[in-house]
Design a protein around this ligand. Structure first.
Ligand SMILES: [Zn+2]
Length: 142
C-alpha cells in the first residue's frame, strides 16, 4: 500500500470549490486528500510526484469513436469533402481493411485518447471488424 502525493500541478479540475492546487494524495488508487495551495498533506505519504508542468483531470470518457478512421482522416481524396461524399468514398476503403490495419488504427486511436486524458471509450464499427482483432486487443489489455 503506497501513498502518493501528486504535488503542485499546473492546474487541477475538482468539479467543486475545493482547493486542490497543492495536489492530491492517492492511496490504493483512491484520492484520500486534496491539498490546498501552499500546504502539505495532512496524510502521511510514501512518495511524491512533482506535477508542476502537468494538469490533473478526471479520466475523460469518449462515448463514440471510430478507431479505423484514424487511417484515412488525412486521405487527400476526401479531405474537406462534405459528409455524404466523404462517407460514400470511404465506406469501400474501410470495408477492405484487414486485421493488421484495424490493429494499427486501434493502437493510434488509443494512444491519442490516452494523451488527451481519455480513460474510457466505446468503439463504433460501421465496417466489419475481424473478431481475431477483438480477442487480440482484449488479451493484450488485460
Ligand atoms: Zn459510429
Amino acid at each position: 500500500m503506497t501513498t502518493l502525493w501528486i504535488k503542485n500541478p499546473l492546474a487541477v479540475f475538482t468539479a467543486n470549490d475545493l482547493d486542490a492546487r497543492g495536489g492530491l494524495v492517492i492511496r490504493d488508487g483512491k484520492i484520500i486528500e486534496l491539498v490546498a495551495l501552499g500546504q502539505t498533506p495532512a496524510s502521511p505519504y510514501d512518495q511524491f510526484f512533482d506535477a508542476q508542468n502537468l494538469v490533473i483531470t478526471p479520466g475523460l470518457i469518449n462515448s463514440h469513436h471510430h478507431f479505423y478512421q484514424t487511417l484515412t482522416r488525412a486521405w487527400a481524396p476526401v479531405v474537406n469533402a462534405p459528409l455524404f461524399p466523404w462517407l460514400k468514398t470511404l465506406y469501400p476503403v474501410w470495408a477492405k481493411l484487414n486485421t493488421e490495419q484495424h490493429y494499427l488504427a486501434t493502437q493510434i486511436a488509443l494512444s491519442e485518447l490516452l494523451l488527451s486524458g481519455c480513460t474510457f471509450t466505446i468503439i463504433c464499427f460501421h465496417s466489419s471488424c475481424p473478431m481475431p482483432l477483438m480477442f487480440r486487443l482484449k488479451h493484450q489489455n488485460n
